[in-house]
Design a protein around this ligand. Structure first.
Ligand code: KG4
Ligand code: ZN
Length: 323
């Protein structure tokens, strides 16, 4: 069964064709990120205008890349929430019209859950072990940081979440404080990679009795450090980026493993933009090995927003509804 996925929740306009919830035949992503850079964040009006302009061409390109006519598509899956309202509306209206005109079923998909589903996808020339459920899922994106216990593709139980900033949001805000540009995650990672270690330390809130997170305190600590030391010789920006990244990724990794232990789960799925972070990946691989837990990350291209994850989860939702 071939599903056409459509994703327009933030700055991307994406379309993909995925077979049987697993095999990616095409995955087209067009981003308006460059146009937002000078503002230091996404401007919703610009994002939705660009999406309106290019959505049809992006869907046509996905069909062309997959070498498929539309009659080979069995159903359409679209991101319904969460996201920027104007952007979501572009994808939803387009998909509804397409579904109505072609008489193909429309499946609405949760963007956050789909980030975790990215772990179940593979490209045609890829031969890799895929995870199975039950699993613990860590979503770390620009808007969300949450831990789930996933028992079925339509059953995600929330175990913990951020009480203030999302992890990606903290990366973006700290990069702004340090004048490293937008988006902040890749910029902080690149700056931190210039050194191997530092004595400088920032501490992320632990909230030890829960599986919740809080990143606004560490963001403020960086802000005060920047205010007090910038322009002095004791202010190498690489050390600040390194210490911040190290602290945030440490608490994310430790709480994910704690959730696995609490639920007696041997599989951990990671998803969302911050899953591209190499420091987080390394910490989770190390802790996973020590605790006998299999840790799965999507390939870099599927960590960020894409429509293959929407098509894949859409297929599973459709299947589950038939049972
Ligand atoms: O999942 P995503 O593409 O969009 C949302 O649904 O929010 O995530 C975007 C977020 C941004 O905050 C960006 O700074 C962060 O992911 N990000 C990273 C890295 N690459 C992207 N954060 C840390 N390290 C990275 N390498
Ligand atoms: Zn996302």
């Amino acid at each position: 069964m071939n599903i056409l996925g459509i994703e327009t929740s933030c700055d991307e306009t994406a379309a993909a064709i995925v077979q049987d919830g697993q095999l990616i035949h095409s995955n087209i992503v067009v981003s308006s990120l460059k146009e937002h850079e000078k503002y230091g964040g996404i401007i919703p009006e610009i994002a939705s205008r660009r999406q309106l302009e290019c959505i049809q061409a992006v869907v046509e390109q996905a069909l062309e890349k997959a070498k498929m006519d539309f009659d080979k598509i069995d159903a359409i899956a679209v991101t319904s929430h969460p996201g920027l309202i104007g952007s979501l509306l572009v994808g939803l209206s387009f998909s509804r019209a397409l579904s109505y005109r072609t008489n193909k079923k429309l499946i609405e998909v949760d963007h956050i859950r789909a980030h975790l589903y990215a772990n179940f996808l593979r490209f045609p020339d890829e031969d890799k072990a895929l995870p199975s459920l039950p699993a613990i899922g860590l979503v770390v994106s620009g808007g969300h940081t949450s831990l789930y216990h996933i028992t079925r593709f339509d059953q995600f139980d929330l175990l913990g979440q951020t009480r203030d900033d999302a992890a990606g949001e903290a990366f973006d805000k700290v990069a702004r404080i340090l004048n490293l540009g937008y988006p902040g995650g890749p910029a902080i990672q690149k700056t931190a990679q210039k050194i191997k270690n530092t004595d400088l330390q920032f501490t992320s809130a632990q909230l030890p009795a829960t599986l919740d997170f809080s990143f606004s305190g560490i963001k403020t600590a960086v802000l005060y450090h920047h205010r007090d030391y910038k322009g002095t010789s004791s202010y190498p920006v690489e050390e600040v980026a390194f210490a911040f990244q190290d602290s945030v990724t440490k608490v994310l990794a430790e709480k994910s493993i704690k959730a696995c232990r609490q639920k007696n789960c041997k599989t951990l799925l990671v998803g969302g933009g911050v899953a591209a972070n190499t420091s987080l990946r390394q910490k989770l691989i190390d802790l996973g090995q020590k605790n006998n837990i299999d840790v799965f990350f999507p390939p870099m291209s599927l960590c960020l927003d894409n429509a293959a994850m929407i098509a894949g989860l859409g297929y599973q939702i459709l299947n589950q509804s038939k049972k």
